[in-house]
Design a protein around this ligand. Structure first.
Ligand code: ATP
Ligand code: MG
Length: 355
């Protein structure tokens, strides 16, 4: 408490705020909609039919293989296993039987050796306190497993094998290539697909209905467009738009603004400068774009689309997209946005000059 008071007091009078007490509890809680509308049971998981079918079979019978869920963000991986575990054990047993570890927990080799192993070694009964049958094993969920170190993954192999009588593992990741082969071969693998536009639309409309939102048809289309199969992103943008617009109608313009999409006129302008302008003009255009706060990754993805659709020769397109892949990697490693954009645009300029 001392530390809290000290920290909170910096530069602000504490008098009115005080530590969170009973009065703070009275305010209606604003829950992020992604949590509020997280599927509660396996049946509510949309669009991932294969994995849902397998899980439901396992829920009926009493066995479950070790699982590996992989696929792009916001497609239901975490939600699916949490819902399945809740259905298997019910709310009371859930705490005893499910160990959830994600990237925010320390998961080096030490943790695998101690925490995971100790939990895996506990034996469990096959009935629930309410008398219902439940599987005689525990589940260890290792979310964001691709951020586990290789030695920690290696340490997991033995544990996985040795404790197979009492424990099932569910590994979740975005990039399956970052999971070591001996682990992937011990699991049933399920790829989660980016959600189809129609499915996303249905979900978003359902939320609009429940939250009593006013919206235009185009705004929902825009949401689906900018989120590229990531339903979490779409729901988050919707909640932002609802908060910003309060009583007004949510429009596609609001969505585009929130999502930080670069107006197509600007992308078009940038390309025209690459095709016909001078290097000085190009430098100024790129600098302005970056200074306006548009994310380089966003500019990159929109440029990519425009280049693919342009009239450039195939050879030039392939050289440019190869450069894009390099720029994308540099950006994800934290390189300077302005320099990366300029180097990409320089390549586009060179190719355009030669064709
Ligand atoms: N298939 C789906 N069916 C229903 N809701 C979904 C689905 N996929 C995503 N959602 C929605 O998006 C939110 C985020 O989903 P979830 O956390 O399961 O994604 P994830 O695949 O684990 O993503 P990440 O790889 O980023 O961890 C959920 O709370 C839910 O509202
Ligand atoms: Mg997840």
């Amino acid at each position: 408490m001392q530390a809290f008071l000290k920290g909170a007091g910096v530069g602000k009078p504490l008098k009115d705020k005080g530590p969170a007490g009973p009065s703070a509890d009275k305010k209606p809680k604003t829950v992020p909609w992604v949590e509020k509308y997280r599927p509660k049971c396996v049946d509510e998981v949309a669009f991932q039919e294969e994995v849902v079918a397998v899980l439901k079979k396992s829920l009926e019978g009493a066995d479950l293989p070790n699982l590996l869920f992989y696929g792009p963000p916001g497609t239901g991986k975490t939600s699916t296993i949490l819902a399945a575990a809740r259905e298997l054990y019910g709310p009371e047993l859930y705490r005893q039987r499910v160990l959830e570890l994600n990237a925010s927990d320390e998961r080096g080799i030490q943790v695998v050796r101690e925490k995971v192993k100790t939990f895996a070694q506990l034996t469990v009964a096959g009935t629930r306190p309410d008398g219902k049958l439940c599987p005689p094993f525990k589940i260890i969920i290792l979310d964001e497993a691709d951020s586990m170190t290789a030695p920690a993954q290696a340490a997991l192999r033995r544990t996985m094998e040795k404790e197979s009588r009492t424990t099932r593992f569910c590994l979740i990741c975005n990039y399956i290539s970052r999971i070591i082969e001996p682990l992937t071969s011990r699991c049933s693998k399920f790829r989660f697909k980016p959600l189809a536009n129609r499915i996303q639309e249905e979900r978003l409309l359902e939320i609009c209905e429940k939250e009593n939102l006013k919206y235009t048809r185009e705004s929902i289309e825009a949401l689906v467009q900018v989120s590229e199969g990531d339903l979490r992103k779409a729901i988050t943008f919707l909640q932002c738009a609802a908060r910003l617009n309060m009583d007004k109608e949510i429009t596609d313009r609001a969505i585009v603004e929130i999502a930080g999409v670069v107006p197509s006129k600007m992308i078009e302008g940038l390309l025209q400068t690459c095709f016909k302008g001078t290097f000085e003009r190009l430098e100024v255009t790129v600098r302005n774009l970056v200074n306006d706060g548009y994310a380089a990754t966003q500019i990159l993805s929109q440029l990519h689309e425009s280049i693919i659709e342009s009239d450039l020769k195939d050879k030039d397109k392939s050289i440019i997209t190869e450069k894009m892949a390099v720029v994308s990697k540099c950006l994800s490693d934290g390189a300077d946005e302005y320099l990366q954009m300029l180097s990409l645009c320089s390549v586009i300029m060179q190719r355009a000059a030669q064709s």
